[in-house]
Structure formats: C-alpha cells, structure tokens
Design a binder for this molecule. Sequence first.
Ligand code: HEM
Length: 395
Amino acid sequence: MRELASWLSGDRRPDTFPYDAVGAEFRRTGKHFVAKELLVQLDQARRTALAPARAPAADRFLRDFLDVVLDKFDGRYDYQTYLGLSLLRLPDDVDSVRRRHDELTVQLIADALQFELAAASGATELLPRQRPGLKLVTKRYRLGVRAFAPALSRLGLLTTAAPDPAAAAAQLSEAALTRQEATERRALSASMLPVDQVHDEYLFIRVLQGYETTFAALAVELGQAVADVTAGRPDEAAERLAYARKLLDGAAPLFSLMATVQPESFRAFRVHTEGASAIQSRSYKRVESLCRPPDQSRLDSAAYRSVPEVRDTVLAGQPSLAEAYRAAVLGGTQERLLERRMAEFSAALLQWRQTHYRIAVRMLGTRPGTGYTEGTPYLAAVRDLPVFSSEREGT
Ligand code: HEM
C-alpha cells in the first residue's frame, strides 16, 4: 500500500500513520482476505516504528491498532480484536462512567445508522453483499433511534425527531456525531473491521460494541456499589444498582436490532469469525463475578477459562456485592431497599440472558458456537444461573 510505504520510509511518527487508508483497505476486502503484502508491511510498522514514546497517547493507539489488525496474521484473533475493544475507550472510571457510556453508545449507533442510510441511498459500496430490503432497513432506523434516544437525551442532544423513520435516523445520527472529536472519529472508524464483505456484519459489530459499552459501565457501577456497601453507604449502592438496571433495560433495543440481522448473512460471515466469541467478553464476566463469586465448576469451565484476567481477579479474592451485603450491618429500611434493587437488577440480567438465548437459537439453530462450546445447549445451561445467590432459585 502506497500510503503505508511512504509512512514507513518517512519519520514514522505515530500521529501521521495512515489509519484511514489501512482501515479502508481492510473494509474493502474484509479482514479475513487482506493481502499478505499489506500484513507484512503492517508487521514491519509494528517491529520498527514502536520505539519508546515520543507522543505516548498516539503511540498507545497505534500499538493497539496494529495489535487489532494483525490478529489473524499472528494467529491470535479473538473477540477483543474482532471488535477492536482496545480502541474504543470503554467506560472504566467511576467519575466519568455515565457520561462515557452515553457518548460511546450514541456514536456507535449513530454510525451504524449512517451506514444503513448510505447503503440504502447507494452512497457507499462498502460491504456490498446481501444488502437488506427497504422494509428491514426501515425497521433498523426505528430500532436504532429507540436504542440511542435515552442516551441522546441525557446528553442534551435530542432534537425532536422527524416522523419519517429514515429522516429521523438521519437527523438524530447527525446530531449525535456533530460534536465528535477527531480522536473519537478515528477510534470509531478504526474499530470497524468486518471479516467479510457482507452488509449485515456492520450492524452486528456495532451492536456487540454497544453491549460491551453497557457491560463495561455496569461493571464500574457494580464495583462502586460493592465499595459503597462495604463503606456503610447502602443508599448509594442502591442508587448504583438502580442505574445499572436502567442501563441494561434501556439497551434492550440493541437485541431487537440484532434480531434484524439476516440469518443467511450471519451464517455467511461467521465462517470467518471462528475463535471470536462473546464468551471472551471480560466486561460480562466482571459483571457476573461482581454480583457473586462464580461456583468453582463455572470458574474452571470455558466460561472463565476464556477470560483468564477476570478469572485471576476472582481467584485473588475480588469482593462481590452478595458477600458485601451479607457482611454489612444494615437498618431495616436500607436492607429492604438494597434487597429490592438487587432483585430488580437480577431480573434484568436474567431477562437479558433469556433474550440472548432466543436470538442465538434463531440465528444458530443447532450449530456450535464460535467460542468452542456446543452453542445454544451451553446457553440453555447457564441462562438461569442465579445472579446473587449461589443456589438456583425457583424452577
Ligand atoms: C447473532 C447473535 C448471537 C448469537 C448467535 C450468539 C451466540 C452465542 C453462543 C453460541 C454463545 C456460547 C459461547 C460460544 O460458543 O460462542 C454465546 C455466548 C455469549 N454471548 Fe452471544 N450470541 C449472539 C449475540 C450476542 C450479543 C449481541 C451479545 C452482547 C454482548 C452476546 C453476548 C454473549 C456473552 C456475554 C456470552 C457468554 C455467556 C456466558 O459465558 O455465560 N451475544 N453467544
């Protein structure tokens, strides 16, 4: 690639790296089909250009980007690199978690809507295979608007939407992206690296990233709730739990969007996503283990073996809400409030698992998962694991 060759023969400054040109080439062919020569050039960039920092933030992004684009080349392709999660600046800090969740959510969905709009009007040739029909796309406009409306309104970006779904999607996604900073734009573009050229993979990737944003935020909220209970602030913990539940319930339209992915498209691109499965989602397992310590059998199964860093944290004694709640000395009213909030969060997570299971059955049937489990039988077995108690409740 000319742009990369010229960068390699220049002073190789991280801030002048041709992200757009490299990303565009990956999107033109699909990550699975990128020319060997380009991968060799990128490998060269990685080996020679990543000398100790001149501009540390830019260096970090370049390192992460090269890590993401060279995953298949290195034979370590997985869920983190498929979704480019290291590029996205997921919410990870208690002071900024709510705002960051909302900012990233609206950008991801706005971008997905803009792709649908561009494809429907013939303005892009990106991912040209198996374009959806007008009816399906219109449904996506509606669901997309529903999926980011709460976050848009919390950010003060919600303008009155036009009644026509396409016009509303265009208007709101533009509103969401107008104030985007250059680094955000770069991250959004760099994190869209489909494996193939099938239209629906774009939506598939953005929905997964959207849920990752939600789970990352939930992990921060729950981690703080544990600290609050331990420090004798049960009311604050109850508020965190209520907010976490609101985010999880509010993300439900993302599943509705996922359900619009055409099963034949899903089956076409998943041939090349083998090895990348959400069983490797760190944020999801953080959420689960912050509620209560997983049973030993689950800790030793693919569920936690697929997220070794989370498993290590659990084994190192990560505190959980169930344990903190049991140890806390609470007044009657506080105890009842906290218990209610825990029950509500638990119901929301169980609902999430049930919906996820239904979608997986619809898309996969009896095929195995890409995370080397037997697929939906695994999900059926884990979907009703109790969230806070260590014993199965009810039926
Ligand atoms: C086409 C839609 C989807 C299908 C067919 C699907 C299928 C599966 C399957 C078969 C598994 C079991 C592990 C494996 O072998 O891969 C799994 C696990 C998982 N999926 Fe999905 N999934 C879909 C959408 C999603 C979405 C949108 C999310 C949101 C992030 C998600 C999150 C998860 C999580 C967190 C796990 C691990 C659950 C656990 O270990 O208990 N999935 N999925």
